[in-house]
Ligand binder design. Sequence first.
Ligand SMILES: [Cu+2]
Length: 507
Amino acid sequence: MGLTRRDLMLAAGVGTAGLVATSAGGAAAWSVAGPPESAADGPVLRSRNGRLRVDLSAGPGNVKVNGSSTGGLLTYNGRFPAPTMVVKPGDRLQIRLTNKTPTWTNLHFHGLHVSPRGLQDNVFAQIEPGDTRAYDVRIPKDHPSGLFWYHPHFHTETGPQVWAGMSGLLIVEGGAADLPGVKGLRRHAFGIREGGLGPDGGWADYTSLTPATSPLFVNGRINPRITMRPGETQFWQLGNIGVAAYYQVALDGHEFTVVEEDGAMVWRTWTSDTLFFPPGKRYGVLVTARKRAGVVLLRQLGYDQGKDQWPAAPLVRVQIEGERAQSVTVPEQIGDPPSWLTDDIAQRRVLTLTQAIVDGASEFYIDGMLFDNLTFADVIQVKLGTTEDWVIRNATSVYAGAPRNEQHPFHIHVNDFAVVETGDWDPLTNETSNRVRVTPQSVADTVNVPWNAYVRFRTHFADFVGRSVFHCHLLFHEDHGMMGVFDIVDAQGKGAGPDQRLPTHSH
Ligand SMILES: [Cu+2]
């Protein structure tokens, strides 16, 4: 319901650009004819009268990938990527999720500040194969505006299911998009992710994921095309909705003015030639096209994550053409920092990310613990309404037993944080160096922690009690243990819900 007719109409607008995979020395080479502009942004489902009702069916089936029917994916409603959902602060997001996959699943709304209990943003929810469950996510009236995304978060299945196609964009309207001058600009939302075709032409197996053989998709397309008029300013929201790739993104000869980070308007804008996207990261930016017509490319410049080296690749073809347009600028100061940034610190915590090879298999830990083994004694208790100071440090180099180190994108659910300090840290001597005090200009929900380094942030636990998680957003790491649990508890001791059982079932 709701989806069907609109989807059919949108599908009719999608062109016939072919995805061509040719075998050359065993490696897949990729080329593609330019898809029509209508395909650059995927299908959109918008809330009406305070509600967005969606039927989502998660399951296998042949799916159009870059214009070609492809088997071996798991998708929502047969779409790759899943439909973009657009809601407003104060809306209810009501999703009837039917699980037609062969394993457990659930839904996570990455970055949303909503309840982690019941069937809202509850990663402990378990939806069995064949079951249909009704999510009812109540988005607060004062919810930040920006780009979010949704994907399954059932432990051990998150990586395989997102890899197979189950992720999509979620936009909360307002914020930077409504700034004077910005409102009315042409907009694009780009969900960027890696993927792959197997030898049989179907979607490649998750375990075969390598940077060298993974083509990059933007809204399910390889190198989609958009247009800009000379001098035109557009508002772009970009997010990394894949499983492992890191992106350093640039637009030839242009710069980005950052107005939004991780689903919240920044309070001080900044300009940059590049945008850095570890898994899960999002930015909203203003881009002003040069005055000369022609084609420029939005590019992945490439990134060395330590274990994986992501190569350079084009993402979007930007055709600058037509009549000159008026450029738009915004002031540096567009908002105010959250008042909790100057709160007294109720609690300081240090979390250490490590990994090891055990019996030939990779294990990933937070403070030496696998998520699978956590008991109630390992759950971090935080108090509703307080502000804490957390240090996340990466000791991968000590335990990796491998010549290369790894970086970890740290992500926490329910509440945002503001990074206040970064630096190097030697896990052998416990000495810190190159300390940089950061004056926050924005909040975030995802931050990269390089090897032998640390990140310090402040976070405030507002509005919602319940049990939730923090974890590495490299989904293989998360699925293999690098995830911790925290309970937000109110003054009466109310916290985790009855449907938020730990994997050890011992709470
Ligand atoms: Cu990691």
